[in-house]
Design a protein around this ligand. Structure first.
Ligand code: WTA
Length: 633
């Protein structure tokens, strides 16, 4: 990929110009830097109306050959994955490319022996242990479609995802450690599988050595199965457009959607962006703190890093355990050069002051990155001054599960940076700002709805099992564009600042949650008649969750009931979706046609009660005063 490595501002300009002029030639040249088993016939075919897009059609490849085999000759002994356990006293692992090759091959052979093959969906529900990375790659090796579910989701959420994907196998562990918490992973899987008749294989990795129940014929210990197979597994030839994985994410309506990514385009784009955004050089150590259960973990901890033969660090724990210096201790211990984390983690760590930072040596750091939510200026400055010591560029990377890779971001040390701004689009990415009626705002300085007007290789292909939903969500709102759901501002130099979601999605600690999903969970509580959920600004999490709840029979509600409502949400979605504030209310501000005016609920939750705007269309205008009176501080 050396030709595709941009190292100067001039080269960036030239790449943008070429990509805009002749996108097919541009991407063909980048794709040629990868290993293909057969060359493609068409670089790009597309139609946004029905969202029918293909990149490198006719080409054959396997992403794991590019992530592993390709590096064996000159990097076989280089560390591919450093694993740091939850407890700092635990022995870390250093997995070389050679070792990764055999461990992935062995896992792939175990899957095959269980009858899992190309096109089958496999669900992974595991902590951040090496087997998670290995199992993901093993699926890709044999052409099975992986669907990783973050191990913080409840049994019910897991079951929904397994069934929606039609998964035939589940890969998990016995239990897990995360900070001071323990979770019985296999028991959660057992509970989920009571509702998943399609699953006929469960492979269990050992992490905690806890006793677990094993269903004969269905459940197997991975280490026992691994004894029956060899470690050489040929890479399945995949069509460029074959699906590589499904990853569920929340939208503004209904159940989470299974975002589908394809093999060829995803490989080309994540490999290209990893190298250019982070300016990774041989010998560097890349530390992405995201869990593999999220898109950031997929694209940059795992695929993008390995495609570039990088050393990537996988951390099982949390930044604040056993103490607030844990991240800095890891940076020091492994001479980390690249740290990629979320603003919420930075804000949380800032609250401990500089002492935990100063007791560690951070000289190895070269590049800092942030992702997942807008970073406020104060957090940006703290990161820059106290972690980067004023000398490390910060890349504020804007992208989404659906985009597969980074879309708008600085390239470390190559293009300009501006605090709290994601910056310029990457070459080949053509963002626009739209007015609510879909007109492009052509002035350089503008604020509007962020959309993209041309395809890029790693864009969402479909929502699993329901292509129309994909078309309706992303391509219908503004014909001719991919609509992001975000609002943004552009400055005179063309740099973008992301403002946040303009739909009913809230971003809590960098995690996407749909308000409808949380309401649906709350409404399962037997005493709840109706609920409405909105986001509000939160100092650490970016956004907090505010729930307005109407109880049945005019009940007033108390602390106990509030607790049981949180339990219901935990059971239906997971702890991450628990409301921070629950206000019991006698009614909700509805229009005469019965529509909830969320704008008013948002304003009240934000404490901006002076500017409620026009409330004259409300069925019962008196309700707003009652809501303001009972607001939870
Ligand atoms: C938000 C995470 C501001 C945005 C990779 C987007 C950001 C949603 C940034 C996608 C950023 C992501 N600045 N906002 N640098 N990065 N977002 O799918 O609202 O979990 O739409 O993907 O996160 O979240 P997702």
């Amino acid at each position: 990929m050396s030709k595709a490595w941009i190292r100067t501002a001039e080269a960036y300009e030239a790449a943008c110009a070429l990509a805009a002029d002749n996108p097919k030639a541009f991407w063909a040249e980048i794709a040629a830097g990868f290993t293909w088993q057969e060359n493609w016939e068409h670089v790009l075919e597309w139609d946004f109306q029905h969202h029918d897009v293909s990149w490198f059609r006719g080409g054959k490849l396997n992403i794991t050959e590019n992530c592993i085999d390709r590096h064996l000759a000159d990097k076989g002994d280089t560390t591919a994955i450093i694993w740091e356990g939850n407890d700092p006293r635990e022995q870390p692992e250093h997995i070389s490319y050679k070792e990764l090759h055999s461990r992935v091959g062995r896992y792939a052979n175990v899957l095959k022996r269980q009858g899992v093959g190309k096109g089958d969906r496999v669900c992974l529900y595991m902590p951040m242990i090496p087997d998670l990375a290995i199992a993901v790659l093993a699926c890709a090796r044999i052409g099975a479609i992986h669907s990783v579910v973050f191990a913080g989701f409840s049994a019910r959420s897991l079951a929904d995802r397994i069934n929606d994907a039609g998964a035939v196998a589940v890969l998990c562990s016995d239990g897990m450690y995360r900070g001071d918490k323990e979770l019985a992973v296999k028991a959660v899987v057992d509970e989920a599988l009571e509702e998943c008749p399609g699953v006929n294989t469960v492979l269990v990795s050992k992490r905690t050595q806890w006793p677990v129940e094993m269903q004969v014929g269905r459940d197997h210990w991975y280490y026992e199965e691994a004894l029956h197979v060899g470690d050489d597994c040929p890479a399945e030839p995949m069509e460029s457009e074959d699906p590589l994985f499904i990853l569920y994410t929340s939208g503004s309506t209904g159940k989470p959607k299974g975002v589908v990514h394809s093999c060829g385009g995803y490989m080309v784009y994540t490999g290209y962006t990893f190298r250019n955004v982070f300016q990774y050089e041989s010998g560097d150590v890349f530390f992405c703190t995201a869990d593999i259960g999220w898109i950031t973990g997929h694209s940059y901890l795992l695929y993008g890093a390995l495609l570039n033969g990088a050393t990537t660090l996988m951390f099982e724990g949390v930044p604040t355990w056993p103490g607030p210096g844990r991240l800095w201790q890891i940076v020091d211990k492994y001479r980390v050069t690249h740290l990629y984390t979320a603003p919420t983690a930075i804000r949380a760590l800032m609250t401990f002051g500089e002492d935990p930072v100063l007791s560690h040596n951070l000289h190895s750091l070269k590049v800092l990155g942030t992702v997942g939510e807008p970073i406020n200026e104060e957090a940006w400055q703290w990161y820059h001054t106290h972690i980067g010591k004023g000398r490390c560029p910060i890349v504020d990377t804007w992208w989404q599960t659906e985009t597969g890779g980074i879309m708008i971001s600085g390239m470390a040390g190559v293009t300009d940076q501006k605090p709290a701004h994601a910056g310029l689009p990457l070459p080949g990415i053509l963002p626009v700002l739209l007015s609510p009626d879909g007109q492009e705002l052509t002035e350089p300085e503008a604020e509007g709805l962020l959309a993209i007007r041309f395809p890029w290789p790693s864009m969402i292909r479909t929502t699993f099992g329901d292509h129309q939903r994909c078309v309706d969500t992303y391509f219908k709102p503004f014909p001719g564009y991919y609509f992001t759901g975000d609002g943004a501002r552009r400055d005179a130099k063309g740099m973008y600042r992301i403002i946040g979601r303009v739909d009913d999605v809230i971003n809590v600690s960098g995690h996407r949650l749909g308000t409808a999903e949380i309401e649906n969970a709350i409404n399962h509580h037997p005493q709840v008649a109706e609920s409405a959920v909105v986001g509000y600004p939160h100092d650490i999490k970016g956004q907090g969750i505010y729930a307005y709840v109407i109880l049945k029979d005019g009940d007033a509600g108390d602390e106990n009931l509030r607790g049981t409502i949180l339990e219901t949400v935990t059971e239906h979605i997971g702890k991450i979706a628990r409301p921070d504030k629950v206000q019991f209310v006698p009614g909700l501000p509805k229009t005469r046609s019965g529509k909830i005016m969320r704008r008013i609920l948002r304003k009240i939750a934000e404490g901006e009660t002076e500017q409620l705007g026009d409330t004259s269309t409300l069925l019962d205008p008196g309700i707003t005063a009652l809501l303001i009176q009972g607001k939870i501080e």
